[in-house]
Design a protein around this ligand. Structure first.
Ligand SMILES: NC(=O)c1ccc[n+]([C@@H]2O[C@H](COP(=O)([O-])OP(=O)(O)OC[C@H]3O[C@@H](n4cnc5c(N)ncnc54)[C@H](OP(=O)(O)O)[C@@H]3O)[C@@H](O)[C@H]2O)c1
Length: 229
């Protein structure tokens, strides 16, 4: 069966790279985009690929829109993420509106028999047994929760909701995202002496890796950290 991927966060910088990576492929997937505003989508690319794209406008907590979007879907992938906000740096408040929608998303997935879930998260969500050198420890464990308390809490909570054995999940934990090219090599693994990834990752190479993971299913029920190398 050919893939029909529900993309959450397709209007964000990485989500847009996923569209640019997959829509031009002659044997590529069909995409369903659940968006808050379709005006943020690249109109040229969408109209060139009209037969492969379905757009549903709605929020993440709108059950009827989620239900409509999930129709015929084989895989859900989330590039959702929190925007940095200075107010949270000051107040230290940590609301998690995106993660709070995951129980509903999973309920609608179950209703439609969709088992495959891939979600973007953070390496500050660490996996038991991981070991860090000083630079990795500082950039993954200290910097995000201190400087972006709300965003960090949001990305960790997305991972916690997604690591659900009722699903074939893959949680990909990303470092600093850049606008570098798609052909940079991506290392996937766990922090420790063998970890080869750097602390940066181009969004375009991440999008390419994510689609390959949809196809190859190498990291089912795992939570690899990624980085260019
Ligand atoms: N180490 C780390 O922890 C780390 C490192 C790098 C990146 N990140 C996270 O990775 C995410 C992805 O990066 P990016 O640059 O591709 O993202 P981005 O351009 O910030 O895009 C964020 C996406 O999430 C959506 N979104 C945000 N809040 C939402 C809400 N309440 N309801 C529905 N959709 C919502 C946005 O939708 P709209 O277009 O409708 O606003 C957009 O599609 C970032 O947001 C960041 O939090 C974390």
């Amino acid at each position: 069966m050919s893939e029909n991927i529900l993309v959450l966060g397709s209007t964000g910088a990485t989500g847009l790279e996923f569209l640019r990576e997959t829509l031009p492929l002659s044997d590529g997937p069909r995409l369903t985009l659940l968006v808050r505003s379709r005006s943020k989508l690249p109109q040229d690319l969408i109209s060139q690929s009209a037969s492969k794209v379905r757009i549903v406008e709605g929020g993440l907590s709108d059950e009827a829109k989620l239900d409509e979007a999930m129709e015929g879907v084989t895989t859900v992938i989330s590039f959702l993420g929190a925007y940095p906000a200075f107010s949270y740096l000051v107040t230290r408040a940590k609301p998690t509106p995106i993660a709070n929608s995951f129980p509903l998303i999973k309920r609608v997935m179950k209703k439609h028999g969709v088992k495959r879930l891939l979600a973007l998260s953070t390496p500050s969500h660490s996996i038991p047994g991981e070991k860090y050198n000083f630079a990795q420890w500082f950039t993954t464990q200290i910097f995000p929760p201190y400087l972006m308390p709300q965003g960090d809490a949001e990305m960790k909570a997305i991972a916690e909701h997604s690591a659900d054995d009722d699903f074939d999940y893959t949680i990909f934990r990303v470092p600093h995202l850049t606008n570098g090219p798609a052909d940079l090599k991506v290392y996937a693994g766990f922090y420790g002496p063998d970890f080869k990834g750097s602390q940066s990752l181009s969004r375009a190479s991440l999008a390419r890796w994510a689609y390959q993971e949809v196809v190859n299913k190498q990291w089912i029920r795992q939570q690899p950290a990624l980085g260019n190398y």
